[in-house]
Ligand binder design. Structure first.
Ligand code: B12
Ligand code: SF4
Length: 473
């Protein structure tokens, strides 16, 4: 078997969502580094968001392999430049979700790339490092005698319990900085992958080729073992559906409590968690502070067409339980759902407030690969997909959607709502002292804006009444 010396793993982006200092660690790349660790004498994991230098600055005379994680369709020129900077004598492997979509592109645009790994990479890179002949490794695209060869697809394996990032390879602290000030340290854990549900628009639960990814999970022991290696006080689970097996969630909580781990956790949850108030209490005791809940719409017809598995009546029942929790309830809604009128979309704000949701996030319907949105649009005349993937209709063009979003936000985040949210954030200890000290000013600002709006409305009403009284008819 080949003896490998130095491995360089690179996250080749400078920014994330327009921010220079993204605070999400490059989890996929760190898992790849962990899978390759037994084969290498030395490993460097470099995140170019946290560096001013370039990938080539981290090459060593003994570098045998460079791995690039290409997950996003952003910064294309920079990405190419970084990948091409590795000299041809070193094996260069590119992997990640975006690379998976078009492996041919990376092999033809970057002549130094030896292999593109498609889909989950942990098993594949292990086989490459073991020196298996390339023609026998599923899920790779590579060069052979001047041609590009695409090996058969690798089926998604069950998530491995023994494989998670080795925090000793971390060179950076991922902090949620605000206005130039250092914020709390943040980290992520992938405790399960896939989802057994079939919501119509969702690509989360798809594998990289559009096939349904079966839900598979790590054992509670392995999840809590990983949590024990984490320095950060705030941990986000990136699972598609963390709460699919509530007994597993309960076991994770029991272990966190038994081992005396004191951290704050955030997780995606299906609304069915409400059926297990016993586990909800345990989650609170274990430090879960926020549940991210996909609600999507305030309209039964939309929930039905999305196959969400609940309607507004069921939602109200679930939230009777959920709103008793001290966890922050974060609800995702979609603005621009196919077939919804402006009036129906605007109902999101009062609906979410009545349910007892603390925070709403409004996203415009987006066409992701394999999400099925394309078919929905095709079967609805007057609906279109913009070049950036956002969906709009003739009745609701992008400008109106933006305007509706602003109006929903304004209606939802009233003064009482903001005060309630601040209270919960402080109780859950997920805001920094600086943010807490900024709250009075923020609340005061909101109160003044609220009061000004009220005064404007009153003035408009008075003027309208005066105009009516002055009218000759
Ligand atoms: C956390 C997260 C984020 C974080 C960023 C995380 C980060 N820095 O990596 C934030 C909140 C910033 C974010 C933002 C966005 N996100 Co996001 N996000 C996720 C989420 C929930 C988890 C990602 C994760 O860590 N997965 C677990 C790891 C283990 O998987 P992985 O990264 O895919 O890595 C594996 C393989 O890709 C491969 N691999 C990765 N790197 C490498 C490298 C090599 C060399 C090899 C061999 C293999 C390999 O092997 C890894 C292990 O199996 C996923 C959903 C999900 N559950 O995956 C969505 C997801 C990735 N996001 C998505 C989207 C659309 C976005 C946004 C574009 C949303 C928006 N409208 O703005 C933005 C873009 C941000 C940007 N950078 O430009 C989509 C991507 C769809 C697609 N086909 O590309 C996903 C899949 C959700 C979805 N279906 O809608 N996101
Ligand atoms: S929206 Fe959530 S519950 Fe539905 S299929 Fe996607 S990940 Fe699963």
């Amino acid at each position: 078997m080949r003896s490998w010396r130095h491995l360089l793993c690179v996250y080749p982006y400078r920014s994330e969502l327009g921010r220079r200092n993204g605070f999400y660690p490059p989890l996929g790349l760190e898992i790849i580094a962990a899978a390759l660790k037994p084969h290498f004498r030395a490993i460097d994991v470099i995140d170019l968001r946290r560096e001013t230098g370039n990938a080539a600055d981290f090459l060593r005379p003994d570098t045998d392999l460079v791995c690039f994680s290409v997950n996003w369709d952003r910064e294309a020129g920079f990405l190419r430049e970084q990948i091409r900077s590795v000299p041809p004598g070193i094996l260069t492997v590119v992997g990640g979700r975006h690379a998976t979509e078009d492996p041919e592109k990376w092999l033809s645009e970057c002549p130094n790339v030896g292999i593109v790994v498609r889909g989950d990479g942990e098993e594949t890179v292990g086989e490459i490092a073991e020196g298996r002949p390339l023609e026998g490794i599923a899920g790779i695209s590579y060069r052979l005698e001047g041609r590009i060869v695409h090996n058969p697809v690798r089926q998604c394996a069950k998530v491995r319990g023994d494989l998670y990032p080795d925090k000793k390879l971390r060179r950076y602290k991922y902090t949620m900085d605000q206005s130039g000030l250092t914020g709390p340290q943040f980290d992520t854990v992938a405790s399960s992958r896939g989802c057994p549900f079939n919501c119509a628009f969702c690509s989360f639960s798809r594998n990289p080729w559009g096939g349904k990814r079966a839900w598979s999970a790590r054992s509670p022991e392995s999840v809590v073992d990983e949590i024990e290696t984490i320095d950060a006080g705030l941990v986000g689970f990136v699972d598609d559906n963390f709460t699919h097996d509530m007994d597993r969630v309960a076991a994770i909580c029991d272990l966190i409590i038994a081992r005396g781990i004191r951290k704050r956790f955030i997780a995606n949850a299906r609304l069915e968690v409400a059926r297990r108030p016993d586990v909800l209490r345990k989650m609170e005791r274990a430090g879960f502070s926020m549940l991210l809940l996909g609600i999507e719409s305030a309209q039964d017809k939309t929930l039905r067409s999305m196959r969400k598995g609940f309607d507004t009546k069921r939602l109200r029942e679930y939230f009777r339980v959920l709103r008793k929790s001290r966890m922050i309830l974060f609800g995702y809604f979609i603005v621009g759902n196919i077939g919804e009128s402006e009036k129906e979309m605007l109902q999101i704000a009062p609906f979410a407030r009545r349910l007892g949701i603390d925070v709403i996030q409004l996203t415009v319907l987006r066409n992701e690969r394999y999400s099925g949105v394309e078919d929905l649009v095709a079967s609805n005349p007057g609906c279109h997909i913009a070049p950036d993937g956002l969906v709009y209709s003739d009745q609701c063009p992008p400008e109106l959607l933006r305007n509706i979003r602003r109006r929903i936000h304004r209606r939802f985040y009233g003064l009482t709502q903001l005060l309630q949210l601040c209270g919960k954030a402080i109780r859950n200890r997920i805001v920094t002292p600086r943010v807490v000290s900024g709250i009075p000013g923020f609340v005061l600002g909101e109160a003044i804006a609220h009061w000004k709006q009220k005064r404007m409305r009153r003035k408009r009403r008075r003027l309208a009444e005066e105009a009516q009284a002055a009218s000759p008819v």
